[in-house]
Design a protein around this ligand. Structure first.
Ligand code: CO
Length: 213
């Protein structure tokens, strides 16, 4: 753990090591961003996208919030996705949850959590959608893990419902939406292997936004 002052010393060390590796690194970084990935993850401090994906600054466009939620009324996440898809032409959109997510855990408790109620409602809705599957899991830890995965899956579906995503995919074959879960105990990323095209075709019966009225 570094103190506040040490953070700036760390920064100098980082600049030195980057420049040693590649003298032109910061010139390139300052000139533009051209990321292939949009990462939507949890705000949890233990889930640092660039580090776990082994990618440099400039390679991931990032949005994080409690429990990696994609709500159509959240202007923040909607703006990030819209910019990522329409301006940056990202090829992959990743919704990344993590086991041990405090937001998901809180949503599993059926009680009044004050200002968090509105946000956690989105996760409780995921629970309701998958109630039969979840209630059939007797081990509480396994049920919690499964809700983390199902939450990622539903947030991916929320991404796929968007006009920008559907229209850009129709035109270019990108972006492709992926659901991942990060396991902090091992450091490993688990790909839920969601079938993007199948989900897209499935939901377009109701949510087809590729054509204007
Ligand atoms: Co979390």
């Amino acid at each position: 753990m570094s103190t506040y002052e040490e953070v700036f010393a760390n920064n100098l060390k980082w600049v030195a090591s980057k420049t040693k590796e590649d003298a032109d690194f910061f010139n390139r970084l300052a000139s533009e961003q051209n990321p292939d990935y949009l990462f939507i993850g949890c705000s949890d401090s233990r889930v640092p996208p660039n580090e776990i994906m082994g990618l440099d600054p400039g390679e991931i466009f990032v949005h994080r919030n409690i429990a990696n939620l994609v709500c159509s009324t959240d202007l923040n996440v909607m703006s990030v996705i819209n910019y990522g898809v329409r301006q940056l032409d990202v090829k992959h959109i990743i919704v990344c949850g993590h086991y041990g997510c405090g937001g998901v855990k809180a949503a599993m408790q059926p009680k009044d959590l004050g200002i968090l109620n509105g946000w956690l409602r989105n996760i409780r809705d995921v629970y309701r959608l998958h109630k039969d599957e979840l209630n059939a899991i007797t081990d509480e830890k396994s049920r919690y893990d499964r809700l983390v995965e199902l939450n990622v899956q539903e947030q991916c579906i929320n991404v796929i419902k968007l006009a920008s995503v559907q229209q850009e995919f129709e035109k270019t074959g990108y972006p492709i939406v992926h659901g991942w879960v990060f396991d902090m105990k091992t450091g490993l990323l688990k790909d839920l292997n969601l079938d993007f095209e199948k989900i897209l075709r499935g939901i377009q019966e109701i949510y087809n936004l590729t054509e204007k009225e």
